[in-house]
Design a protein around this ligand. Structure first.
Ligand code: PHE
Ligand code: NA
Length: 460
């Protein structure tokens, strides 16, 4: 039988349901929730963006999460190998394997910049611990962030440290240990963020911050903003990368895929919303701009840590936990490439990890340089959609807003149109009503939503 009581199972048998929830939540909850969600919400005008994002989670994210976990459990192997087997079983076209390959490439590209941001978080553990932000003005705190960005060797150093941690965890196979640690680290991170919301309530920006997040003004939302909300629903739930398929392959047959997926989706959404409620009041209380971009949490939160009581302790703990949340996502991002290399080249685990990780690290240098010496380099600037985008911007934009939605769309289409309804019913094991809801949504609503949003915003 299954249980969600972590402490009751400590050191004993870990149910497959619980292990899945830990690994999947570890992958889902990360920089996407605490760094990216607040800053893209700020850049896209607030409430209307949040509302569309929540709709995307419900209409697109959850059905695709269920579809990917289902494909993973049915295949029982790595995403690419699973798709090959399923294609044979269903007599489907070989092209469907792109659900696995597209995802593997996307995860590789994402990790290259994810690690650079993870490096910022590691660096900020030191800044907060040494009390660098205590009593500082917002200009001074912004200045600390700015000088970090301006210095390629600092960024490269912390990117390297972060990647070294990822490689150590993946190569040594201490992944399961880290996933168990998530049982304590995630709730701790959550509690710290709730404390931050408590602090935010004491500032005079609270009403304005909550209004910004939850009061929709649709005139501020462009069709590109809608695409970004959709892309972020994929990014935040780790969809379209094969990660959830890989984790689904460990799930026992008697576990409810729908219930566990919904649990993961709810936890991820809750963390993002709480992060927003902690950050925006502080932004407004200090006269900062919500549209400040990728630096938003690295300026607003330190401001709060610098002025609240016990801020040095709370801030240091916060960034340590943020690093752990980023690491559990990062190891999941490396996994598909490592598995692919093992299968393809016959490398052993260690060699495959070092090769894939080394390549990710090297590509990360492009993101490091995009933030300073290459900040005026816009490689695809001749296309209107990519105008003004640095290499870092492009990696982020193309993965989240194009590759992940495409791979996820294919997963939904495969489950809805290639698999038979009886097969899907066998896997999902839910009531008739719930099943036909899932079936119709996955066949029609989800694919149409993805296609319309992508078409409208990319084709103009
Ligand atoms: N979901 C992670 C986050 O929100 C990022 C991620 C994307 C992880 C894709 C794995 C795959 O931080
Ligand atoms: Na997330």
């Amino acid at each position: 039988t299954t249980t969600t009581n972590a402490t009751g199972h400590q050191g004993l048998h870990w149910s497959s349901r619980w292990a899945f929830i830990m690994a999947a939540t570890g992958s889902a909850v990360g920089l996407g929730n605490i760094w990216k969600f607040p800053y893209i919400t700020g850049e896209n005008g607030g409430g209307a963006f949040v509302l569309v994002y929540l709709a995307c989670i419900a209409i697109v994210g959850l059905p695709i999460l269920i579809a990917e976990v289902l494909l993973g459990r049915k295949g029982g192997k790595s995403p690419i190998a699973s798709m090959r087997d399923l294609i044979r079983e269903h007599n489907a076209k070989a092209g469907w394997v792109s659900i696995g390959t597209l995802g593997t490439v996307a995860a590789f590209l994402i990790l290259s910049f994810y690690s650079v941001i993870g490096g910022w978080a590691v660096n900020y553990v030191g800044y907060t611990f040494s009390g660098d932000f205590v009593g500082q003005s917002s200009d001074a705190v912004g200045g600390i962030f700015g000088s970090m960005l301006a210095d390629p060797s600092t960024l490269l150093f912390w990117h390297s440290i972060f990647m070294a941690c990822v490689l150590f965890i993946v190569a040594r196979g201490v992944k399961s240990g880290l996933e168990k640690a998530v049982t304590y680290l995630m709730p701790a991170l959550f509690i710290l963020m709730v404390i931050m919301v408590g602090y935010a309530m004491t500032t005079d920006g609270f009403t304005q911050g909550v209004n910004f997040l939850f009061n929709p003004d649709f005139s501020k939302l462009s069709s590109e903003g809608v695409l970004k909300a959709l892309g972020h629903a994929f990014f935040t739930l780790s969809l379209g990368t094969g990660v959830m398929m890989a984790y689904g392959s460990y799930l026992d047959q008697d576990v409810s895929i729908a219930k566990t997926s919904i649990t993961v989706g709810l936890m991820d959404t809750l963390v993002a919303l709480v992060a927003g409620m902690a950050i925006f009041p502080i932004v407004f209380a200090n006269g900062m701009e919500p549209s400040a971009g990728p630096g938003l949490i690295f300026v607003s939160l330190p401001m709060a840590f610098g002025s609240m009581s016990m801020g040095t302790l709370i801030g240091t703990l916060f960034f340590i936990l943020l690093v752990f949340a980023a690491l559990t996502s990062a190891i999941s991002l490396l996994e598909p490439s490592v598995e692919w290399l093992e299968e393809r080249s016959g490398f052993n685990r260690l060699t495959a990890t070092l090769a894939a990780g080394g390549a990710v690290w090297f590509l990360g240098i492009a993101t490091v340089l995009s933030l300073n010496v290459w900040s005026d380099v816009h490689p695809l600037g001749m296309f209107a959609v990519f105008e003004g985008k640095t290499i870092f911007d492009l990696l982020d934009y193309i993965t989240a807003n194009i590759m992940l939605p495409l791979a996820g769309l294919l997963a939904a289409l495969y489950v809805g149109w290639v698999m038979k309804k009886e097969d899907v019913a066998d896997e999902l094991n839910m009531s008739q009503g719930a099943l036909s809801l899932f079936w119709n949504v996955t066949r029609y609503v989800t694919p149409l939503a993805v296609i319309i949003v992508m078409y409208k915003s990319i084709m103009g």
